[in-house]
Design a protein around this ligand. Structure first.
Ligand code: C2O
Ligand code: CU
Length: 478
């Protein structure tokens, strides 16, 4: 029994990897004796939220969408007490954090599921600054709205910006067009229509190609695209002063949608992805897959500007406003020219010097072929198998491990590794450090990571429907 089934088979307690002495040792090594402890309460429960007009009945943390941001500094300890008031098992996964394995929040792999009505206390040190988020790791609960930003500040960071705003993207299904569990069940029983779920489209390859590619042929309609929980007709407003350097911490919390993001009238300087610094690159727009984060600095103009997240391969967009002065607000369907300008993808980035992995060949390579089984409806596979059929991939403590993702499908898969930040292997070596990276249709993506965090860790597609339909596996330290 694995994570993918944790909510549907509550009767069978899963074999959970025990908290070994190495896991405790890894936490001891991260935690300073005088580390500040930050206490947070999280209540996951059914609620009604206002999307800025539409009222939706859904599940959320503390009745808010997104849930309340958690913000700490590097090296601090988060103590989060989760109360599960949902009618299902749940958990919290701290996406992107290199943490102790037993707090990673994957039922059936790192902990027992948190039962309905039960509580669970998470406690761990946050070793790396950056932009992160958290969500349950059970079924498709993320798609109901159970997510919130987790920001880890760097007290030593040079002041490259004056103000900042967190920008959380989502595709909204629940409460309007059915619920995510029903959608998943329908997909599994009926399979995909030809061209269905074509969320991936054929994105530009980071070479400056532009324009909306792909079209909305999906059998799934997301009635709303949200930025910070608001529909475009009632957008969230980010206030700044003209001339300020504004840092946007962009998080794609959508379950099934990649976005093309641009700020009208501005160019963005990409400074970080998935929390880790990159050599800054200026761009008009960027492509952000599910589970990815990008930090972009803009020098704010004077007026009211549309910050647009255009759903890739679908119809529709999310909107927020950046307001520094007076002016008429842009229309809900405003389409700034920057969206069709230079499009940046992770492949165009390189790790900043201080976070670059030492140059070295891999000690071990695992090839993961990403596939779709056409004979069985809606079954997404890694090396021909679903999660339930797979064995963990072995890694050795201290090894440099290469993962080679080979995409045999026409969709893109944002592949996410828990507990580590890999480095994309680019032509010249040191691509960006990331924990989630899109594998483009029919392409191969290689990433390297240092095996320095013992335990059993998930690798999966962050399209939660692909993941739940099998596109998950684990690595296990021997
Ligand atoms: Cu955000 Cu395993 O996922
Ligand atoms: Cu996928």
């Amino acid at each position: 029994v694995g994570a993918a089934q944790a909510c549907s088979s509550p009767a069978a307690p899963a074999p959970v990897s025990p908290t070994g002495p190495q896991v405790l040792e890894s936490e001891r090594a991260r935690r300073a004796a005088n580390a500040r402890i930050v206490n947070v309460d999280l209540r996951a429960r059914p609620t009604t939220v206002d999307l800025g007009g539409p009222q939706v009945t859904t599940w959320a943390f503390d009745d808010r969408l997104p849930g309340r941001e958690i913000r700490l500094r590097r090296g601090e300890v988060l103590r989060a007490s989760l109360a599960n008031e949902l009618p299902q098992d749940t958990s919290v996964h701290w996406h992107g954090i290199a943490m102790r394995n037993d707090m990673d929040g994957v039922p059936g792999v790192t902990q027992e599921a948190v039962k309905s009505g039960a509580k669970f206390d998470y406690e761990f040190t946050l070793p790396d600054p950056g932009t992160y988020f958290f969500h349950p790791h059970v079924g498709v609960q993320l798609d109901r709205g159970l997510y919130a930003p987790l920001i880890v500040e760097d007290p030593d960071e040079p002041g490259r910006y004056d103000a900042e705003a967190v920008v959380v993207l989502d595709d909204w299904l629940d409460g309007v067009a059915g619920d995510p569990d029903t959608k998943l069940a329908e997909l599994k029983s009926e399979g995909m229509q030809m061209g269905g779920m074509d969320h991936g489209g054929m994105p530009g390859m980071g070479d400056g190609s532009a324009g909306p590619l792909g079209s909305d042929t999906g059998d799934v309609d997301y009635p709303h695209y949200l930025i910070n929980g608001r529909v475009p007709t009632a957008p969230n407003t980010i206030e700044a002063w003209p001339g300020q350097r504004l840092r946007l911490r962009i998080i794609n919390a959508a379950s099934d949608t990649a976005f093309r993001v641009a700020l009208g009238g501005h160019r963005m300087v990409i400074t970080h992805t998935d929390g880790f610094p990159v050599q800054p690159v200026e761009t008009d727009s960027l492509l952000i897959g599910m589970g990815e984060r990008y930090d972009a600095v803009v020098t704010a103009g004077d007026g009211v500007f549309p910050l647009v997240a255009s759903a890739e391969g679908k119809q529709g967009q999310g909107l927020a406003l950046v307001r520094t002065g007076s002016g008429a607000p842009p229309a809900p369907d405003a389409r700034p020219a920057e969206l069709d300008g230079r499009l940046l993808t992770a492949g165009a980035l390189a790790a900043a010097e201080p976070v670059r992995l030492p140059a070295r060949g891999p000690d071990r390579t695992h090839t993961l072929e990403l596939g779709m089984d056409m004979s069985v409806p809606y079954r997404w596979t890694i090396n021909g198998k679903t999660f339930e059929e797979r064995r963990p991939l072995p890694v050795g403590q201290g090894e440099r491990v290469r993962l080679r993702f080979v995409n045999r499908t026409m969709m893109f898969h944002p592949m996410h590794l828990h507990g580590h930040t890999f480095q994309v292997v680019a032509g010249r070596g040191a691509g960006p450090r990331k924990d989630t990276s899109i594998v483009l249709p029919m392409e191969t993506l290689e990433v390297d990571f240092q095996a320095d965090n013992p335990g059993q860790w998930m690798i999966h597609c962050h399209n939660v429907y692909h993941g739940e339909a099998g596109m998950m596996t684990t690595i296990s330290y021997q």
